[in-house]
Design a protein around this ligand. Structure first.
Ligand code: NDP
Length: 683
């Protein structure tokens, strides 16, 4: 048997006490020994804070994002080693793909997010300037800074790779180090991935530690700048959340636990609709991927009462085609549960469920002959039917964490809503329907019960990522019995690992703090036109005041003919007089075109392209005879990653544009984005 070491304070560590032994899902033979006794938890936390978090927090968001991308590439380059280990958990190739490559995908996604949305800084100015005074000398803005603590991630056994990576990506992007406590049954796979990450040399020392075995008094040692997340059973989660030290120090505790997710067949669907087949397929798929050991799996399937027997028969037929066994054997499509104790747990839960239900298929272990060792933790796909779901509490309360689902009828939308609510809060629900009115009514009825709602029909089915796949750009979590937590969700997920602070002061101070110029802050000027400067030489707050231009009737007529926009407010003197403007006015698009004519430097230079405009507002109309002028100010700069040596190194410069009239009043306000060449490349 192999000893599974923990990675603590830069060393691989194994304890001296009696180990916990984990066994093969396929044969029940002992595989690994885990003993983490003797780890100095306080020292481990301090090491994470002082080494890992310090190093990560000193990197910019862009650097952290680049690190995620390189780590994901490294993992994928070595993925076959992980696939080999994953097979020991009983996973099929598809199950392992979801875990390993799905995990790497969360790193890629977060890296892209940092590259697109976050500054090349260590401070994140979250929102726009909030004016707090009449003359504009006092304002506010929310900023996010890294916490100097460490994130403790206590994970379930079912996704040893994805479960770690989906939390690690936002943790590292937020600038925090992590201590991972994997579920013991599959800790060998998490540990192998941690080893891979450490060996890659791509992450700072202390950014990751892993405890294989018990964490002992770790939660008693965490401090107020630390963060704890938990995925697993409600029982353990509730117990850990009540840790005295966590409560006393107000330590954030994000929990994601048992969830009795539902899938609903819409009341618009008939037996011949494509949605009927889609429903059957989705229920079966969610029951059998990872042998149903998924927090998002469908546990309750609800159908209009007149379709109950058809749905039951169709699901039964499909489930009975599943070949259960050792995934290394050809044609096997579903593997075992993680362990004998998990098997016992599922058997026990099915026995409980069957008090209120009829077992349609599966369940009966006597007539079940999986392909593989007789000691494997195999359980057949099991469908139960509950004819009176309102009268049962068990089917809405008991989570059999295996390939098990209960089918039930509903009479109308009111009774459906009641049934769904009996789940007391879920991670995800599916509505399989072709009716927009059914979907919209149900979303408003059951949205508050779910973290995610997946609407499936013929139109979305080809590309749908499915009921059970949490995605890095969407939130993952749910209210009530699902734990009340929220993970991932694009930029939202990173904020769980940072501190938000409202900064109040003068606009100039707020610009200095947020490393972004804001309207009302002081500016600087230079004799050199900013479009003649390389990215590095443009200063945030650098401003250009242009020449003036008086708008004539000829301008308006020319622009109308050029653009084909002959709207009456520009071209019809009588209608314009009767309009809200009281006279003919210039096209807004002409004003921004004329503004570009005023601020642009025409000769070739480091400005490569104008690639967009944001937050455009036409504040006041411009009439014939009005005179406009533009102030262009560098708002912020974002250095871009140079992918190839032959590419032009570049960055994005966001310019604030203020177009004013002869009275000094703004007529148009917006931001333009330019791609500007960098003098120095990354190679
Ligand atoms: P557990 O709740 O038993 O364990 C989850 C994690 O908590 C594991 O890493 C476990 O470590 C750890 N843990 C257990 N006790 C403590 C403690 N006292 N202090 C610190 N950490 C602790 O869940 P499992 O992963 O074993 O799964 C069991 C059940 O949980 C499943 O049958 C299922 O019902 C549910 N589950 C629900 C999920 C969801 O999100 N809805 C996801 C996964 C599981 P160790 O493994 O070493 O005990």
């Amino acid at each position: 048997m192999q000893k599974l070491h923990s990675y603590v304070m830069g060393n691989w560590y194994y304890g001296k006490n009696k180990p916990r032994v984990t066994s093969s899902a396929l044969t029940n033979e002992g595989l690994y020994e885990l003993d983490s006794s003797g780890i100095d938890n306080a020292a481990m936390l301090e090491y994470g804070r002082k080494k890992g978090s310090k190093a990560l927090a000193s990197m910019t968001f862009l650097e952290r994002g680049n690190m995620l991308k390189e780590v994901a590439k490294y993992i994928l380059a070595h993925k076959e080693e992980l696939y080999a280990l994953s097979a020991q958990t009983g996973a099929t190739r598809v199950d392992s793909w979801v875990d390993i490559e799905g995990g790497a995908a969360t790193f890629f996604n977060n890296s892209g997010l940092a590259n697109r949305e976050l500054p090349n800084e260590t401070i994140w100015a979250e929102d726009d300037l909030i004016p707090l005074s009449k003359s504009g000398s006092f304002a506010a803005r929310h900023i996010l800074t890294s916490k100097p603590g460490v994130a403790i991630h206590i994970n379930a056994y079912n996704f040893p790779c994805w479960g770690m990576l989906e939390k690690l990506a936002p943790t590292w992007l937020g600038g925090m180090a992590a201590i991972i406590k994997p579920g013991s049954e599959s800790a060998f796979l998490t540990q192998a991935m941690v080893k891979m990450i450490v060996e890659s040399g791509l992450v700072p020392e202390g950014a990751i530690q892993v405890v294989c075995g018990s964490v002992g008094n770790l939660l008693d040692c965490v401090d107020y700048q630390d963060v704890v997340t938990f995925t697993g059973s409600a029982k353990t989660g509730h117990m850990l959340r009540a840790t005295d030290n966590l409560i006393k120090k107000s330590i954030p505790f994000t929990m994601e636990v048992d969830s009795i997710n539902c899938a609903v067949l819409g009341d618009d669907v008939t037996i011949d609709s494509p949605e009927f087949k889609l429903f059957v397929k989705e229920v079966c798929r969610e029951m059998t991927i990872k042998a149903g050991q998924k927090c998002t799996a469908i546990r309750r399937a609800m159908v209009p009462s007149h379709l109950l027997s058809e749905a039951r028969d169709a699901i039964k037929i499909r489930l009975e085609r599943i070949v259960v066994g050792d995934p290394s054997i050809k044609d096997v499509t579903m593997g075992p549960l993680i362990s004998q104790s998990q098997l016992d747990d599922v058997k026990e839960k099915v026995a409980l469920l069957s008090h209120d239900c009829e077992i349609v298929t599966g369940g009966d272990m006597l007539n079940f002959t999986p392909q593989g060792s007789e000691n494997g933790a195999y359980f057949p796909p099991t469908l139960l039917v509950c004819n009176e779901p309102q009268a049962s509490t068990t089917i809405h309360d008991v989570e059999a964490f295996g390939p098990v689902c209960t089918l039930m009828p509903y009479q109308d939308r009111d009774s459906l809503t009641e049934l769904i609510a009996l789940g007391k809060g879920s991670l995800v629900g599916s509505l399989v329907t072709a009716s927009g009115s059914f979907a919209s009514e149900m979303v408003s009825r059951i949205g508050h019960l779910h973290g995610r709602l997946h609407i499936l029909n013929a139109e979305s089915s080809k590309e749908s990522t499915g009921h059970g796949s949490p995605l890095p750009m969407l939130i993952h979590g749910g209210p009530g019995r699902a734990g009340g937590g929220e993970e991932m969700g694009g930029l939202r997920g990173i904020k769980h690992y940072m501190q938000r602070t409202a900064i109040q002061g003068s606009p100039t101070m707020i610009a200095s703090v947020g490393k972004e110029w804001v309207r009302g802050a002081q500016t600087t000027t230079d004799l050199v036109h900013p479009f003649k400067k390389y990215f590095e030489n443009i200063a945030v707050g650098e401003s250009l005041k242009t020449a003036r231009r008086t708008i004539t009737e000829t301008d308006i007529v020319n622009f109308a003919c050029l653009s084909g926009d002959h709207f009456y407010a520009h071209m019809d003197d009588i209608a314009a007089k009767e309009s809200m403007f009281g006279q003919r006015v210039a096209h807004g698009y002409f004003i921004i075109s004329a503004a570009a004519g005023l601020f642009v430097e025409a000769a070739p230079g480091p400005v490569l392209a104008n690639y967009g405009m944001e937050s455009l507002r036409f504040v006041e109309a411009v009439a014939i005879g009005d005179t406009i002028q533009v102030v262009l100010t560098c708002q912020k700069k974002t250095k871009k990653r140079q992918k190839l040596e032959e590419d032009t190194p570049q960055g994005v410069v966001a310019w604030d544009v203020e177009v004013t009239n002869q009275h000094g009043n703004p007529v148009a306000l917006y931001t333009i984005l330019t791609l500007v060449a960098r003098e120095k490349g990354d190679f």
